[in-house]
Design a protein around this ligand. Structure first.
Ligand code: URA
Length: 189
């Protein structure tokens, strides 16, 4: 399957009940050849209208965090655990996460990032460990499928609790260091 075919399939997806209430499918954004990929939870109200991930308040904060360590949104790839907005911004249900998982797995396979940043508990539980607690694993480095995985707090958690800003900034400094180290090494991990 090509990237375009995957995108087209996502646009017409009705694999879970979120299809009935969404306005737009939010596939992802950025460079599909990126070495750094970030995964959030799911679209909110603004993303649902725009069809783009992380364009609301949390998204603007994410953009600023990325820029603070010298990344642009265009040079990374940004996706979510689910592609359609859960009503009232609730956490996606396990069956919605499972229904959307083939899309996320295929994006991971095709983008093949060297570093994966998991934004918040939903992404961390979906892609690292279903029992993980974000407060315990954030800022740690994990190795999965030949790539480095770093969980951190979700930007919307920072909007609610400014005390989380410093840990997230430290986590992104770690991401920056590891990313810069890739450049000086061979392509195998
Ligand atoms: N929160 C997310 O997890 N993803 C988005 O795209 C926007 C807000």
């Amino acid at each position: 399957m090509t990237w375009e075919e995957l995108h087209a399939e996502a646009m017409r997806c009705v694999r879970c009940p979120l299809a009935a209430t969404r306005r737009r499918v939010v596939f992802g954004a950025g460079d599909p050849g990126a070495r750094l990929m970030l995964v959030g939870e799911g679209p909110g109200a603004e993303e649902d209208v725009a069809g783009e991930p992380f364009v609301g308040a949390a998204g603007r904060l994410l953009t600023r965090i990325l820029e603070s360590v010298g990344f642009t949104r265009q040079e990374v790839y940004i996706a979510n655990v689910v592609q359609c907005r859960p009503p009232d911004n609730r956490v996606p249900l396990p069956q919605e996460v499972d229904a959307c998982r083939p899309f996320l797995s295929e994006k991971l396979h095709m983008v093949a990032p060297r570093i994966l940043v998991l934004l918040g508990s939903t992404a961390t539980r979906a892609l690292l460990d279903p029992r993980a607690r974000i407060t315990e694993v954030r800022g740690q480095e994990f190795h999965r499928d030949g790539r480095l995985v770093i969980p951190t707090f979700h930007p919307s958690a920072l909007l609610r609790d400014p005390a989380k800003k410093r840990p997230v900034w430290l986590d992104f400094q770690l991401v920056r260091r590891r990313y810069d180290e890739l450049g000086s090494r061979a392509t195998t991990p």
